[in-house]
Design a protein around this ligand. Structure first.
Ligand code: CAA
Length: 387
């Protein structure tokens, strides 16, 4: 007999209620301001830390909350419903640390996961470069062995939370003759000599989360900061994305839910032709489609999260790569459609900053691009199906 892998437990429902209450009270009121000022809100970060929601995935043995992958998805979803930028705190803390959870020595895990769990440090992930986006293996950043150290040189680009994170998982070429098998992963600290950051990118959305280059200029780090063995960095990077594309799906679901909830409230209040516009069947059909697409993407995401959890617990799941790409792709495409329709439902008002749906539409766009464009996700899915 096979049981559904994805059924949320009572604890997951309770967690959702708790996070929603906190997000409504402490995060949502700052969302428009963070978007307008393009500033990271340390007050909101502190509120997440106080509730132990900033890096929920860190296992208990490293001082974390030990949330499973589905619980992590629910946290990210509910935070994103209020503010997409803020949801990048738990999401990117997971992205930066999964390489360690998958491949690092016990010593590296204890040293770096505990401060993240305590809320003293955030952890970013540095794979992309100016000339290596979708083709991540084309990276140029070099790490050259020198005694018991490595010296890193190069520029990483599009790094979420760069400058505010203390720690970075950095993928760099250790053997230029070996292609993807010549890439290794390292932990780099913000305080390492030679680390600097580019200016904040001026983005369409997620403006409350800084995106900057990480510039490595003769950064000398101890050899024991390598994550796993030499040459395994690219595999670790892709295996990480198998888990974290699920969290981008969660972010997309949250943004879409926020827009849908707002639009439903609006159409019941807004009167035209002498009655609430919710009375018109054309709008009812739009709302039904929005909710249908959202729920379909949610079920796929929860299913992928259950697979991710099993894989993390040492039970490899051969369809995780397919499912995480499918969830990310489906949820982000749904979020773009749903937020665009939410703007439409609010008409001219939806197009202004006096209402939150235009921000949600701008925020949704990035979910179709980062952690692999949706074209790359389709390529990954097709490769899994045809191999
Ligand atoms: N898990 C583990 N290993 C994997 C893997 C996976 N899911 N997929 C592939 N590999 C292995 C392969 O087996 C291969 O190893 P061998 O040579 O030993 O067999 C190796 O990795 C290279 O694989 P490919 O030949 O398939 O590699 P490729 O160069 O064709 O690239 C790709 C594959 C799917 C296009 C990959 O480059 C990719 O995903 N690109 C998109 C990059 C991306 O997602 N960037 C996101 C940056 S992070 C970000 O956006 C986050 C943020 O700030 C919020």
């Amino acid at each position: 007999m096979s049981f559904p892998l994805y059924a949320p437990a009572e604890e997951h429902h309770l967690l959702r209620e708790t996070v929603r209450a906190l997000a409504d009270e402490k995060i949502a009121p700052h969302a428009a301001e963070a978007d307008e000022t393009e500033e990271f809100s340390w007050d909101v970060y502190k509120a997440l830390v106080a509730a132990d929601l900033h890096a929920v995935h860190v296992p208990e043995q490293y001082g974390g909350a030990g949330a499973d992958a589905l619980a992590t998805v629910i946290v990210i979803e509910e935070v994103a419903r209020a503010c997409a930028s803020t949801s990048l705190i738990p999401a990117v803390n997971k992205l930066g640390t999964v390489p360690l959870l998958l491949s690092a020595s016990e010593e590296l895990k204890s040293r770096y996961l505990a401060p993240v769990a305590r809320g003293e440090a955030m952890f970013s992930y540095a794979l992309s470069e100016p000339e290596a986006g979708s083709d991540a293996a084309a990276m140029k950043t070099r790490a050259v062995a020198d005694g018991d150290a490595y010296v890193l040189n190069g520029t990483k680009m599009w790094i979420t939370n760069a400058g505010i994170s203390e720690y970075y998982t950095v993928m760099a070429v250790t053997d230029p003759s070996a292609g993807a098998r010549g890439i290794s992963a390292f932990v780099v600290e913000k305080s390492d000599e030679g680390v600097s950051f580019g200016p904040k990118e001026k983005k369409l959305g997620i403006k409350g989360s800084p995106t900057r280059q990480v510039i490595l200029d003769d950064v000398r780090i101890p050899a024991n900061r390598m994550i796993g063995d030499p040459g395994t960095g690219f595999k670790t990077a892709l295996a990480t994305l198998d888990h974290t594309r699920v969290t981008i799906a969660a972010q997309a679901l949250g943004i879409a839910q926020g827009a849908l909830d707002y639009a439903i409230g609006y159409v019941k209040e807004r009167k035209q032709f002498g009655r609430p516009v919710a009375d018109f069947q054309g709008l009812q059909f739009m709302i039904a489609d929005m909710a249908m697409k959202l729920e379909a993407a949610r079920q796929l995401t929860y299913h992928a999260a259950a697979k991710s959890e099993r894989a993390m617990n040492g039970e490899p799941q051969k369809d995780l790569t397919f499912l995480s790409s499918a969830a990310k792709c489906a949820a982000s495409d749904a979020a773009m459609e749903i937020t665009t329709d939410a703007v439409q439902l609010l008409g001219g008002y939806g197009y202004t900053k006096d209402f939150p749906v235009e921000r949600m539409m701008r925020d949704a766009k990035i979910t179709q691009i980062y952690e692999g464009t949706n074209q790359i996700q389709r390529m990954v899915m097709a490769r899994q199906l045809l191999k």
